[in-house]
Design a protein around this ligand. Structure first.
Ligand code: SAJ
Length: 422
């Protein structure tokens, strides 16, 4: 069976290494972090994802999966490293470059290299191919290069890895065919082949589609507040139309994908990306919009304490990358509020102190739900009412039972719900 080296053992690399190991490949997982490598070799994991622990435990105990800090010779190299953005909103390709460079000494005739990391259009052709060819081997002739963008949803990664359709773009058709052989070992749905730049663009447009639609939802929520009507009712009713799918408003767009990927297009085509850029700015402005709402709620309270519920960027995950909660937190700090933060999915996040639910709510003047964790839907308004100092709640995801909270005397504020105008 072929040997596969997976470079980068994060949210995508680790589950991919796990499913490849369970498909029978000899998988070498490579990560620059010794802590991560040691964790995996103990049969443990460093991220929260349903089903992942069992998968990795099985891979490690059957010796199909071994982690190490440096690459090694293999038949296939899969690069799954982060592609963040810089302060200037440019794609930071340092990790892709160093991953590419790190495998050059191990490349051999017939090897296949697959880039999974989401990347600006042209990355395989113009960035990775020249790096790999430093080995003296020609892409498309001696070695093969394809882009197979990951498209899985955190929280559902294992299911989606197996059941989502995959797009594979090769530098040449043969590159794509060879990559398909690998993914066919675990993908149960369709695999579509194309060229590398098209695959890069497909991935970027999927997330841009979502970002633009979320921006539209956030803008609609703001309009509804001004109109004194309920955004959530507007969405429900509009979505009865067969060709309309309004998205949901929230405190902003987080995660390593949707809030990042559209910038890759803006960077390459600054003059043409008008809608994409405006949408990005609308979503990036939402944390401040939420902070302004908190300010209004607390305007008559001396030295107010705000209880922020949810640090993760979305419900039921422990991922805080680009989380709108971090922006809300730092904006509140600037305003000298007392702040407590509770997130049942995150144990610690230095230097920010995390509280238990009880200590977060204790003496709070406003509870702010920032993440749609299931746990927050179950908070008892009765016990909350006994802990807080002032009974204010702001729900940015419309997840609470407003009648119940009202019953216990709370002043209810829901993002997107305006006060009726007479
Ligand atoms: N959000 C809204 N309103 C919505 C939907 C989402 O405000 O109607 C917010 C969420 O709260 C969150 C952010 O958007 O902050 C993104 O969450 P998400 O669940 O929509 O997406 P991600 O970033 O976790 O994963 C996305 C997925 N892409 C698409 O759905 C098109 C996933 O399939 C990709 O693999 C992933 O990006 C990626 O890696 O690119």
């Amino acid at each position: 069976m072929k040997k596969i080296c997976v470079i980068g053992l994060g949210y995508i690399g680790l589950p991919t290494a796990g499913v490849l190991a369970s498909a029978g490949y000899n998988v070498i997982g490579v990560d620059i972090s010794e802590r991560i490598v040691n964790t995996i070799n103990r049969g443990e994991i460093h991220i929260e994802e349903p089903g992942l622990l069992t998968l990795i435990k099985a891979g490690v105990s059957s010796k199909q999966l071994i982690a190490q800090t440096v690459p090694t010779n293999a038949d296939v190299f899969i690069i799954a490293v982060p592609t963040p953005i810089t302060e200037e909103k440019k794609a930071d390709m340092r990790y892709v470059i160093s991953a590419g460079e790190s495998i050059v000494p191990y490349l051999d005739k017939g090897n296949l290299v697959i880039l999974e990391s989401t990347s600006p259009p042209g990355t395989c052709q113009n960035l990775l191919k020249p790096i790999l060819e430093r080995s003296g081997l020609k892409v498309g002739k001696d070695i093969y290069l394809a882009h197979c963008p990951e498209r899985v949803l955190p929280g559902k990664i294992l299911h989606e890895l197996i059941h989502n359709d995959r797009i594979i773009g090769g530098i040449t058709p043969k590159c794509a065919e060879l990559a398909k052989e690998i993914y066919s070992s675990f993908v149960e749905s369709e695999i579509f082949l194309t060229d590398a730049t098209t695959a890069e663009m497909v991935k970027l447009m999927e997330n841009t589609y979502r970002d633009v639609n979320i921006a539209l939802a956030n803008e609609t929520a703001i309009l509804c507040e001004k109109l004194g009507i309920n955004f959530w009712e507007v969405v429900k009713l509009a979505n009865h139309h067969p060709r309309v799918h309004l998205h949901l408003a929230g405190p902003g767009v987080g995660g390593h994908c949707i809030s990042v990927d559209p910038w890759f297009l803006v960077e390459v085509f600054p003059a043409e990306t008008k809608i994409i850029k405006t949408a990005r700015e609308r979503n990036d402005g939402m944390p401040l919009y939420v902070v302004k709402k908190i300010e209004t709620i607390l305007k008559n309270i001396q030295t107010p304490k705000v209880a922020l519920l949810g640090l993760a960027y979305k419900g039921n995950v422990d991922d805080i990358r680009e989380s709108p909660s971090l922006h809300v937190y730092s904006q509140l700090l600037l305003r000298n509020y007392k702040i407590s933060v509770h997130d049942p999915h995150i144990k610690h996040h230095p230097p920010m102190p995390l509280d238990t639910l009880e200590s977060a709510l204790k003496d709070a003047d406003c509870i702010v739900i920032l993440t749609a964790h299931d746990e927050f839907k179950k908070i008892e308004p009765e016990s909350a009412s006994k802990l807080v100092r002032t009974k204010n709640i702001l729900d940015t995801h419309n997840i609470i039972n407003t009648e119940e909270w009202e019953k216990y005397g709370f002043n209810i504020n829901i993002l997107g719900v305006g006060k009726p105008q007479n």
